[in-house]
Design a protein around this ligand. Structure first.
Ligand code: UD1
Ligand code: CA
Length: 437
């Protein structure tokens, strides 16, 4: 446990000009979760987080809406206009009046940061009795990042932004990750003393370093080893790179845990998907959102699991199958060309090719549930119009449209009965040609 509380400030007011988008930068998604969600989860999962503030500005309504719906206890604070990262933090001053704990400051556009690193970072701050700790990293190509400036004795004295840096400073490879831990009672007055006489005419958060050094406070840098964690997203290209990074890390972790992934290059699995050992993931599988998949399953090729799937053991999800918000119990097969959404499938269920759970009424906009109990099966191309229940061991004939509950052990068929007209073709030909030659 720490000696003091940790409150967090997450900066998310900027426009994100380089994204070239109507959507605020921090609401861009990786695996259906916005960047700001990754940052808030990392903070919350440290186990240290007491209270968090998100600084909003550009398209504030949209960002606030997302936070309210997903992180109810997090407060949003308005920054309008956006005069720089230092100005952004200063907006939290009235909310932290008299507060004597630590404040963790992060950017909403740095989503790969892990809770483990944040926890180590806060521990490092406390164990060294620091007043201000800045996370840094050594980058071969430090372009666009602020540089960590050290004096002759290697003492950390300032951060210089790329646009304000001299040629000598630009050559520095130690960069500012944009993550800070401060003793609020010692550092907070820095925010009333920032100036904007720099290349961008902004109030830089980074200038608190120089201020604290001048005040003889204890300032230090924490050099992160796994630098990909501080990868900041400023463009759509960087967004795609970040998805690749988190995906690769996830696939490696799953393989270490015993999941077989045939082709990591074409497989995408969200960080919040759990998969049991000896499950085989075939090529071109896309799994997004939060899901739980058991052991010894076979998924793919070309399957799409879209969030909220709870899949048991020894389940087969085959090609061109989409699964959404559904429970699928052990030993069940959904092998090809089917859509299973808002459904509950029991054990030993067999879903025939092209079965659709018609779960959505576009007029009422209501989504309804399909329940298929143990041992039941559906024939190819059947449509199950929800809400509907297929009871134990019932059988649905191919091409049927099921609009009411089906009893256990019964057969349900809605297609027209098969008619066979003997020699129909022969007679047609004879009539046309005046007889078969
Ligand atoms: C910032 C740092 C830089 C660091 C880099 C790490 C400053 C001056 N520079 O640069 O040293 O290497 O992050 O990624 O801090 N924001 C606001 N209000 C504002 C301006 C920005 O909330 O008025 C938010 C943005 O939405 C964004 C974050 O602050 O989430 C960082 O802003 P950005 O413009 O991306 O800063 P960088 O140029 O990346
Ligand atoms: Ca940035």
């Amino acid at each position: 446990m720490l000696n003091k509380k940790v409150k967090s400030i997450i900066l998310a007011a900027g426009k994100g000009t380089r994204m070239k988008s109507d959507l605020p930068k921090v609401l861009h998604c990786m695996f259906n979760k916005p960047l700001i969600g990754y940052v808030l989860d990392a903070v919350n999962n440290t186990g240290y987080a007491d209270e968090s503030f998100v600084i909003v500005g550009h398209e504030a309504d949209q960002v606030e809406n997302y936070i309210r719906n997903n992180y109810g206890s997090t407060k949003c604070i308005m920054q309008m206009p956006q005069l720089g990262t230092g100005d952004a933090v200063s907006k939290a001053l009235p909310y932290l009046n008299g507060y004597d704990g630590y404040v963790l400051i992060l950017c909403g556009d740095t989503p790969i940061i892990s809770s483990k690193t944040l926890k180590d970072f806060i521990d490092f701050h406390e164990n060294n009795d620091a007043d201000l700790t800045v996370m840094s990293a050594i980058f071969e190509n430090p372009k666009n990042y602020g540089r960590i400036i050290r004096d002759r004795n290697k003492k950390f004295t300032a951060i210089t932004e790329e646009k304000d840096a001299t040629a000598e400073q630009k050559a520095v490879k130690e960069v500012n990750a944009g993550i800070y831990c401060v003793n609020w009672s010692k550092i907070s007055s820095a925010f009333n003393n920032l100036r904007n006489d720099n290349a961008q005419g902004e109030y830089y958060l980074t200038d608190i370093v120089k201020w604290a050094v001048e005040k003889n406070l204890k300032v230090q840098a924490y050099i992160i080893e796994n630098k990909e964690e501080i990868f900041g997203i400023n463009s759509k290209q960087q967004l795609a790179e970040a998805v690749k990074i988190i995906n690769r890390n996830k696939l490696i972790k799953l393989m270490e845990e015993g999941v077989q992934i045939t082709d990591p290059d074409t497989t995408f699995i969200s960080p919040e998907t759990e998969i049991g050992a000896d499950t085989i993931i075939l090529p071109n599988v896309y799994i997004t959102g939060k899901n739980k998949i058991g052991c010894k399953c076979k998924i793919g090729p070309f399957s799409h699991i879209r969030d909220g799937a709870i899949i048991g053991n020894n389940v087969r999800i085959g090609n061109f199958v989409e699964i959404k918000k559904s429970v699928i119990k052990d030993n069940t097969n959904v092998s090809h060309l089917s859509y299973v959404g808002d459904a509950e499938l029991g054990e030993h269920v067999n879903i025939g090719a092209g079965t659709i759970t018609a779960n959505y009424n576009p007029i009422s906009k209501v989504k309804s549930k399909t329940i298929i109990k143990d041992g039941a099966n559906t024939g190819s191309n059947s449509v199950l119009v929800a809400p509907v229940t297929i009871n134990e061991n019932a059988s649905i004939g191919a091409l049927s449209v099921i609009t009411k509950d089906i009893e256990a052990y019964s057969l349900a068929v809605t297609r027209a009965p098969l008619k066979q007209i003997t020699n129909w073709v022969k007679k047609k030909i004879e009539k046309l040609s005046g007889g078969i030659k």
